[in-house]
Design a protein around this ligand. Structure first.
Ligand SMILES: Nc1nc2c(c(=O)[nH]1)N[C@H]1C(S)=C(S)[C@@H](COP(=O)(O)O)O[C@H]1N2
Ligand SMILES: [Mo]
Length: 213
C-alpha cells in the first residue's frame, strides 16, 4: 500500500520531468472506468459497424469483416478530463488513416469531421485531422487482451498522446466506447459530452476541459 503510493509519486515525478504530464493532471497506475449509462451486451451475430455520411460508398461491416481489416499497434499516454493520466498504454486495432489510404473508406472531399456513434445513441465528434492521425485508433485490444466490457468491448475509439510526436492530443472522452458507426460530416456537430458543456477541441496541453468557465 505505502509502497504503491511511493511508486506512484516516483512515476509521476518521472513523467513530469520528461514533460509528459499535462497541466492539472495526476498519474494513476490503475485504469479507471468512466461513462454515462449501462455497459451494452455484445452479439457477434448482429453487431455491425456502419460507415456513412460524406463517403463515396456507405458500408456496414460485420464483426467478422471488421476483424479482417489491416491492424495497427500503438503506445500512448491517456489523459482524462477528470484529471487522471495513464502512461505507456498499449493498444491494438484498426487505424482510420490506414482504411482511407487503402481505399477501404473513400471519403468525399467534403468530409471534414467524424462523428463516432456508439451503443445507446452515445456520440462523440472529432475533426477529420484528429481522426486520421496516428494517435487515434479503432481499438479492439488493450495490453494484449481483448477490451473488457467496461472499457468498450468489442470496439472503441481511443485517443492519446504519443511522446515526441507533434500531434494534437484531446482528452480521452474523444474516444467512444462500444462503437457502432463512423459518420463523416461536412459540418461539425457536437457529441454527447460536448452538448453537456465539455470543450469541443479538448486539447490536454491547453486544458480545454469545459466550454464555459
Ligand atoms: N459510449 C461511450 N463512450 C465513452 C463515454 C460514454 O459515456 N459512452 N465516456 C467517455 C469518457 S467521458 C471517458 S473519460 C472515456 C473513459 O474511458 P475508460 O472508461 O476506458 O477509462 O470514455 C469515453 N467514451
Ligand atoms: Mo470523461
Amino acid at each position: 500500500m505505502l509502497n504503491n503510493l511511493f511508486g506512484r509519486r516516483q512515476d509521476e515525478a518521472r513523467v513530469r520531468e520528461a514533460g509528459r504530464l499535462p497541466p492539472g493532471q495526476a498519474l494513476t497506475n490503475r485504469f479507471p472506468v468512466l461513462h454515462y449509462g449501462p455497459v451494452p451486451p455484445f452479439n457477434p451475430a448482429t453487431w455491425d459497424l456502419r460507415v456513412f455520411g460524406e463517403v463515396e460508398q456507405e458500408a456496414a461491416w460485420t464483426w467478422e469483416q471488421f476483424n479482417q481489416l489491416p491492424r495497427t499497434k500503438i503506445r500512448m499516454d491517456l489523459h482524462c478530463v477528470t484529471r487522471w493520466s495513464k502512461f505507456d498504454t498499449d493498444w491494438e486495432g484498426v487505424a482510420l488513416k490506414t482504411l482511407v489510404e487503402a481505399g477501404l473508406i473513400k471519403l468525399k472531399p467534403t468530409a471534414r469531421y467524424l462523428m463516432q456513434h456508439c451503443e445507446y445513441g452515445f456520440t462523440v465528434n472529432v475533426p477529420l485531422e484528429v481522426a486520421l492521425a496516428p494517435n487515434f485508433l479503432l481499438a479492439t485490444h488493450y495490453d494484449g487482451q481483448p477490451l473488457t466490457p467496461d472499457h468498450g468491448y468489442p470496439l472503441r475509439g481511443v485517443i492519446g498522446h504519443i511522446p515526441g510526436a507533434e500531434l494534437k492530443t484531446p482528452y480521452l472522452w474523444k474516444g467512444g466506447k462500444w462503437l457502432r458507426g463512423l459518420e463523416f460530416m461536412a459540418q461539425d456537430r457536437l457529441g454527447f459530452w460536448e452538448q453537456a458543456g465539455y470543450h469541443n477541441e479538448a486539447d490536454v496541453w491547453k486544458e480545454e476541459r469545459f466550454a464555459y468557465g
